[in-house]
Structure formats: C-alpha cells, structure tokens
Design a protein around this ligand. Structure first.
Ligand code: NOJ
Length: 731
C-alpha cells in the first residue's frame, strides 16, 4: 500500500514536471533540476545504471514503473534513417519510415548561408519528431583534412569558422522541435581507415584552433543537448571516454550540460567509461541480446560491470548520478517535454527547402564561353553521359544512408526541365552494386558502355558528363577511405574519349570530396553538385537551366594533386598513420591555410565559386585602423551586380598577422556574408569581427593570446581572389 502510494506520488511528480515545462524554457531552470533530483533519489541503482546503456541498436531504456520513457535515437544528419532491427544492423523493413532526404552537409556548407542551416535543422528536426526520435545523430563537424576521408560528405568542410557558423543554426533548428541534435564525432575523427583505434597525435594549438572550434560553437552557442564521442584515440585514450576531451574541455571548460553518447561500439573499458565523461554507451558488440553473453546489453561496459564497481565502492554513486541527471535533463528537453511540437514529414515545404539548399550549394567551378546556363527553350540534342546521372545517391555511404520517399535523378530532372530538347543517355561506365564494406565490380561490359557513350556524344550538340564518386565502399562511404585521388571506374579515360568526338562537353560532378582533374583544360565547364538528396535532379536542372543562378562556394580546397594537400605532403605517418599513431604534421595549416602559406596553388580554392553574372566588390574599408582587444572590427563595402541576372555573392573576410611571434597561416576566414544583388544594382554590406577572434592558442599558457601589432585584412570572393587588403593594428 505504502509502496503503491509512493509510486503514484513519484509518477505525479514526473507528470507535473512535464506539464510545467514550457518548450521555450531553458531546461537548466531550477524547477526542473529540483525535479530531476527528486527522480534520481527515487531510482534504484539498477534503474540508474540501465539508463546509461543501450537496450537495442538505437534506444536506451526508461523506467517503466515510473513512466520515464525510453530514449530513441536515429542516424542523421541528412534525414532520418530507416528503422533498424532491435538487435542487429538489418533494416526492419517498416513501410512508414520513408522520409525527405536533404542535401549532404558539404552542400549546406557550400551555401555559406547560415539562414539555410537553420531551415535545414528545423525541417529535418520536424521529420525526426514525426518519426518519434528524441535524438538525431548529427550534424558532423569533423574538419576536412584529406580528400581521401570517406566521410567528408557528411561534414562541413575544412574551415573551423565556416563550420561553426553553419553548425549552430542547424542545431537550434533541430532542437526547436524538442529533438536533440547530437554533434559528432568528437573529436579528431578525420579519416575512416583504422578509425576504431588510431591514436591522433596533434598539437594543442591545432586541436584548439582547427579541430575543436565547431564543437565548441555547437556547445556554447548552439547549446547542443548531446554529443557523440569518436572512435579514434587521442593521448592514448579512446575519445568516447577521454578525460581531456570530455571531462576537461567539454564538461569543464565549455560547461556542457548535455549527454555524451558513444559512437556505436566506441566504449572499451568500464572504469574509463565511468570516470572519463561518457554518459550513454551504445552499440558495443554487434548482436545485442541475441548472441553471446559478451555482447548482450547487460554486459556492456556501463551495465553490470559498472554496477559491480559501484556496489563494491570502487566507483562513487555520484558519478552515476551525474550521468542520470544529464540523461533526465535531455529527456525533459525532448521526450518528457509535453509542449514539443508534433513534427511533420514528406511535405512539400520540406522538398522545397531541400531544393533551395541544393540550388544554393551547387558550385560552378568553370564556365568557358558561358557554357552554362543551357537555354531550355532550344530544340537541341543533349547527351547525358555517366552512371551518376541515374544512380540513386541517398543509398549507400554508411550510417547516413536514407530511405528517401522519392529521389529525382539528374536525368529525370533534366528531362522534366528541358522539354524541347532531345535528351539521350548513356551510362558510359559502371561502378558495380553498393555493398557494405566490400567492392563488388560491375558485371556489365565496360567496353560496350564506353562505345555507347562515345556514340551518344558524337550525335549531340552538348554533352553533360555526370561523374564523380558514388557512396559505394571506398567512394565516399563510411568505414573506408578513398584509395586514390583520381576519378574511379575509368571515368578519366572515358571523358578523354568523349572529348575526342565532342568538345562541347561540360562535367557535372556528384561527390562529397575533391578529385583530380587531368582533363580540366579540355572541358568547357565544371559544376560541383554534391549529394543533393530527394530533389537532386530538380536542383541540378534548376542551375543548369539558369532558373537558379549558382552562388555556392567551395567549403574545401581542391588540390591539383594529392601531395599538394598539407596532410599528405608529409607522407603516410601524417595520413593515414601507421595503424597505431597518426601525426598531424601540417599542424594548423589545414586546407587553404596550407596552400596560401606554402604558396601551392590549388586547382580550385576554398571559397571559390562562379555565378552567371559578374560582381564587383568595392568601397571596402574598415571602420577604424586601430582597435583595442575588446572592440569589433567592422568591414563595409558594396557589391554591384554587373551582369544581366540576379545573383548572390559571398563576401569573405580573411585576416592574417604580420610578423607574428608564432607560426601562423597567411590568412584565416574570420567573417563572411552572402549578399543578394539584383541585376544592375548595388548592395552594401557590413561584416563585424570580434578582435578577440584574431587570437592564437598559446600552448605555453594553455589559453588564447591576442597578439598586439599589425594585421592584414583580406577581402574578396574566395581565399584565392582578394579585392583589397587593409592593414589594421591591435593596440
Ligand atoms: C557509426 C557512425 O560513426 C556514427 O556516425 C553513427 O551515428 C553510428 N554508427 C550509428 O549508426
């Protein structure tokens, strides 16, 4: 009787707490913390421990007797993944789990438009909510260090400032649905090869200046509710239970009050998991309950072994309570928040926003003699060549794979838009089926495919070659890196053959990575279109037809050859390491920082991207020439659109220190603004930069250090195209 009364009381406390929460209310509010304390004091040790580890592939348990719900997670970051079986990685084959696939995060980064990142977050968050997910596993902000990394397409490029500016609104957008974003993979997971064990050796300076800022912004500005540890090691400890990364930096320095979740199978030790900042263990072993004792959920590191150490006094109960407090806080923000919106899925608005992001993210890299746009009213013959014109790209790639309700292929997108043209298609090359962790060669006759393509090209007025990578294993896919920088499946050779019969050829690249382009001077145009999700073909047709004027900018450099990339120029110890350690020898000089400082011209530079109009950036000035450390530097100027179509230019502000006492990159991105300008018109802009953001991370004091003296401000429309330099002084 007494027991029952207690049960009812506690249940009432939880229900009341849930009703008391307002969706907008910050969950650090005292009232909720008090409720959390009450709940914790009512939970048994066993119940608390159970909350710290998985009960299925993608959920962790609640407490049935008290009505505390289970926590449901799903892969992102480009949409909500199809349902996975309870105990294994197989798809559950539900029929109500198809979704909208949004463009890959590389595309989002290329928009240089934080407002679109917010829209992205809101929309994907709505889908997650509709699918009853509490945690969306994304976005990813690992820095693009090498063009070989198999998962670059899931991240936001090579620049920490750009990634920070884009990740914050994405998180805010997702979380306004009462769904937690889970920023990943913290930290230094910059390759797939040996990802489960490689120990990254990196200077504290590069760590803080390059690899951590986007995570820091996610926590401090985005107020992200959860974070995923990475598989790799740092300072000899796995990052999912790494005392420096989790206890010192994340929880102490950045005051993170959310939940640290392992990457699936990223925990390796009970004491470390308990003491080094991990809160929820997921994915250990592969068979869940069904197979051995070793893999069953009760035998996870944060399950029975953890309970045992608490019971015998080796680990204090407070350690457990802190984890449970964080988990309950996450629940009050998500599945115990009665005011969270309902979400929606597969609606026209989601497709529209996906198409807008895709259109703004596509980057026009070369456009000789105005090859693009192609006039859609003309009665011409267009040969669309290449497997990537028809291959579904929401499938494959690993955990970010999606079950899109619809996916418009580039070929279909072009056919819909170019109704007056005769469109002929030839596959040209074949990659073989996508298989997890394996390369399965195509059984098609390569020579025949090539001949068909050459024949199609020879009959056409215009050739559009759709190539690139394709999310097959080793071609932009989790679990493996690319093995070469050039295009796979004989595409270079095929393209050369096509160019022999038709010089009027443009290349449309579908990939999440830079590639080598030995044919660059022979093709008329190059368009980088990423993986664009449900409406890929429509968005590509929008830009090819000129319905949308391209305004995307590269979020990473395209080196001419692999050894021109900083990480690769130091050989294998620097990338991918020796299987045990990997030394980030290029240090802070990642991406364009390397190209600029070492004077190695890239094929295409960070921030580069053409438009169908021309812009002039003028009247550039700073509000002052000398600043104190607490001031903002305001750069102003004008963008004029000199052409015949409306468009948008991304003004980029880079800053470099003159005569620094430490090694520095020539310049670093510190501000940008996408400015829309109608044809023939002008628009003014102002970009404000905190003087403090010019600090370097000083390893001697383990703190940020703003050097006094002269700085050079570079303003332009890419890292390699600077309209003006202005010298300023920090006093
Ligand atoms: C491993 C991946 O690294 C991670 O990004 C993903 O969220 C989990 N698997 C779950 O699928």
């Amino acid at each position: 009787m007494i027991k029952n009364a207690f049960k009812i009381t506690l249940f009432t406390i939880i229900c009341n707490a849930m009703i008391a929460i307002n969706a907008q209310e910050t969950t650090s509010s005292k009232a909720i913390e008090t409720k959390i304390d009450q709940i914790i004091s009512s939970l048994t040790l066993e119940e608390k421990v159970a909350m710290c580890h998985a009960q299925s592939k993608f959920s962790s348990p609640g407490v049935e007797r008290l009505g505390i719900p289970e926590l449901w997670m799903s892969d992102g970051p480009h949409g909500v993944r199809g349902e996975i079986n309870w105990d294994d990685w197989g798809y559950a084959n539900w029929t109500n789990d198809s979704i909208t696939a949004f463009p890959a995060l590389t595309c989002l980064a290329s928009t240089f438009n934080p407002k679109l990142a917010k829209d992205y977050g809101i929309n994907v968050g709505e889908e997650a909510r509709y699918r009853k997910k509490d945690v969306l596993l994304g976005p990813g902000v690992n820095i693009y260090r090498s063009p070989l990394n198999g998962r670059n397409f899931e991240y936001m490029g090579e620049d920490p400032f750009l990634a920070s500016k884009m990740v914050v609104p994405y998180i805010q957008g997702v979380q306004q649905n009462g769904v937690a974003a889970c920023v990943k993979h913290y930290a230094l997971n910059n390759q797939e090869v040996w990802r489960d064990k490689i120990n990254v050796v990196v200077s504290d300076r590069a760590l803080h200046e390059i690899y951590l800022p986007a995570f820091k912004a996610a926590v401090e500005e985005g107020k992200v509710w959860s974070i995923m540890g990475s598989y790799n090691q740092f300072k000899g400890q796995h990052c999912c239970h790494n005392s420096v990364l989790l206890n010192d930096i994340l929880k102490k320095d950045w005051n993170f009050d959310g939940v640290v979740i392992t990457d699936w199978g990223g925990a390796h030790d009970t004491k470390q998991a308990a003491l080094n900042g991990l809160d929820i263990e997921m994915g250990t072993g592969t068979d869940g309950l069904t197979s051995s004792k070793k893999n069953a959920y009760d035998y996870y590191y944060l399950a029975n072994p953890f309970l045992k150490l608490i019971k015998n006094g080796e680990i204090k109960e407070d350690i457990l309570n802190d984890k449970v407090r964080r988990i309950l806080r996450l629940m009050f923000r998500t599945n115990m928040n009665p005011n969270r919106p309902l979400g929606r899925i597969n609606n026209q608005e989601h497709l529209d926003i996906a198409r807008k992001i895709a259109g703004e993210g596509i980057v026009l890299l070369k456009n000789e003699a105005s090859f693009f746009p192609i006039n859609a009213t003309k009665k011409i013959t267009i040969a669309v060549i290449g497997e990537n014109a028809t291959k579904p790209m929401t499938i494959g790639g690993g955990s970010s794979e999606l079950k899109a309700k619809n996916e418009v292929s580039p070929l279909d997108g072009l056919k819909n838009r170019f109704k007056n043209a005769t469109i002929i298609h030839a596959m040209g090359y074949a990659s073989g089926p996508s298989a997890y962790g394996r390369v399965v060669p195509s059984s098609l006759d390569a020579n025949k495919l090539k001949q068909e393509a050459i024949e199609a090209a020879s009959k056409a007025d215009i050739v559009l070659f759709f190539g690139g990578l394709n999310k097959n294993y080793l071609q932009d896919c989790e679990g493996g890196d690319r093995t070469e920088y050039k295009l796979p499946f004989g595409q270079d050779e095929l393209l050369n053959e096509i160019l022999k019969v038709n010089k009027n050829t443009g290349v449309v690249l579908v990939s999440g990575n830079a590639i080598e382009m030995p044919w660059i001077s022979n093709v008329k145009a190059i368009m980088q279109t990423w993986y664009l999700g449900s409406v890929a073909g429509d968005a590509i047709a929008d830009v090819i037809s000129g319905d949308v004027n391209p305004s995307g900018k590269l979020p990473f450099s395209f080196p001419k050859k692999l050894s021109d990339n900083g990480a690769h120029s130091f050989g294998e110890l620097s990338f991918p390491g020796d299987g045990v350690n990997e030394y980030y020898k290029e240090d802070i000089l990642v991406g364009y920082r390397w190209h600029d400082t070492k004077k190695i011209k890239p094929l295409f530079a960070f921030g580069e991207g053409l438009s169908y109009t021309t812009f002039e950036i003028s009247n550039l000035d700073s509000d002052k020439k000398a600043y104190s450390k607490d001031e903002s530097i305001v750069i102003s100027g004008n963008v004029s659109n000199k052409g015949n179509v409306d468009g948008a230019e991304v003004v980029q502000v880079y800053i470099g220190k003159l005569n620094s006492k430490v090694a520095r990159a020539e310049k670093e991105l510190k501000g940008f603004q996408k400015v829309a300008v109608k044809k023939g018109e002008n628009a003014s802009f102002k970009i404000s930069i905190d003087a403090k953001s010019l600090s370097f991370y000083d390893e001697t004091t383990a703190d940020w250090n703003l050097e006094k003296g002269d700085y050079l401000i570079y303003i332009g429309n890419s890292s390699a195209s600077i309209s003006k330099k202005i010298k300023i002084t920090i006093q």
